[in-house]
Design a protein around this ligand. Structure first.
Ligand code: ASP
Length: 341
């Protein structure tokens, strides 16, 4: 946890680019440098926005838009493929000050799903749009549509082919119970890499951001392509307010991981509830969710969260999580692995 150091919180932003089996041993130096530079650039952009007085909602929207534009992460360009070899993206945004929220699910043609989520929040009377209706709404709002080929990257395509090769058709029948069972095998060191039909690389590359602005307002945004080789029509936690994204006047949370379990744990909202109703600290509430509630049902992943005092946590129960945070006027912090170098 990093702690705020004054009564007037300094604006701060935290981001993640997904969690999973991300180990130093498996990472080559070039890739590590690419991820680090990408995270740093996004944090610097968010820091600049917050320094200029931008709202927390603007900061998280822009941070997530930039992460969607970066092919390294599983959101926007670089999204993972469904079992059918198609792309279906989800995103959400929430303004803690007003408790307004917007989300889109299963969109196939939006360049930046987070901008559509923002438009849903601000320009519709609804919270969640799905599929073609979401795309039509976004188009009517002037947002950019793309051909599905836009999302393609060689890396994700190869990952999808491995997932299909190792899991075959059995994946079509996966459900939350199977996911939970697989998650509970996590402690098994002899477990074969690639044995997970959901994501052979054991990486959940969703992106997200949380921020506290100069007026003390909190916001959160999350965006994803989902999990590799997912069934067509499957929706994870990302666009579910309270599961993969939540903000109020106490805390802002954005998650990444096995979405089914994050939905069942109502993970993001559980942190807010523990703080509001039980007086838990940010660190206590988020540790309970990430290290107790989620593992108890096989949930793997992590989250970033900021409270109203400007405290920041970036906990995860996997080997690594692409993550970082930056306070206005301070240096940018980026990390990937569990252990510092
Ligand atoms: N939580 C996302 C989902 O289940 C996946 C991820 O975090 O990478 O769709």
């Amino acid at each position: 946890m990093t702690t705020a150091n004054s009564n007037t919180p300094t604006p701060v932003i935290a981001i993640h680019g997904g969690a999973g089996t991300i180990t130093r041993a498996a990472m080559d130096a070039g890739k590590e440098a690419e991820y680090t530079a990408a995270l740093r650039a996004v944090l610097e952009a968010g820091q600049r926005l917050l320094a200029s007085g931008a709202s927390a909602v603007d900061a998280v929207t822009e941070a997530v838009r930039l992460l969607e534009e970066c092919p390294l992460f599983n959101a926007g360009k670089g999204a993972v493929l469904t079992h059918a070899g198609t792309y279906e993206l989800d995103a959400a945004v929430m303004d803690g000050a007003t408790r307004q929220a917007g989300a889109v699910a299963c969109v196939k043609r939006l360049r930046n799903p987070v901008l559509a989520a923002r438009a849903v929040m601000e320009r519709s009377e609804h919270v969640l749009f799905a599929g073609e209706g979401a795309e039509a709404f976004a188009q009517a709002q002037g947002l950019e549509l793309v051909e599905p080929g836009y999302y393609f990257t060689e890396a994700r395509h190869a990952q999808w082919q491995r997932a299909r090769a190792t899991s075959g058709m059995a994946l079509l029948d996966h459900d939350a119970a199977a996911l939970a069972a697989r998650g509970s095998e996590e402690g098994d060191p002899g477990r074969k890499r690639g044995s997970d039909p959901i994501d052979p690389d054991r990486k959940f590359g969703t992106v997200g951001a949380v921020a506290l602005d100069s007026r003390g307002r909190l916001a959160a945004a999350t965006s994803t392509g989902g999990v590799t080789n997912k069934q067509v029509g499957r929706v994870g936690d990302t666009p579910i307010i309270g599961a993969g994204c939540y903000a109020d006047d106490v805390v802002a949370v954005s998650t990444t991981g096995t979405g089914e379990m994050f939905i069942r744990a109502v993970a993001a909202y559980d942190i807010a509830a523990r703080m509001r109703y039980a007086g838990a600290t940010l660190a206590g509430a988020s540790d309970a969710v990430v290290h107790e509630c989620l593992p108890a049902i096989g949930g793997r992943g992590g989250l970033v969260a900021i409270d109203a005092a400007g405290n920041v946590v970036l906990p995860f129960n996997t080997e690594g999580m692409y993550r970082g945070h930056a306070r206005v006027g301070d240096q940018v912090h980026v990390a990937i692995y569990r252990q510092p170098a």
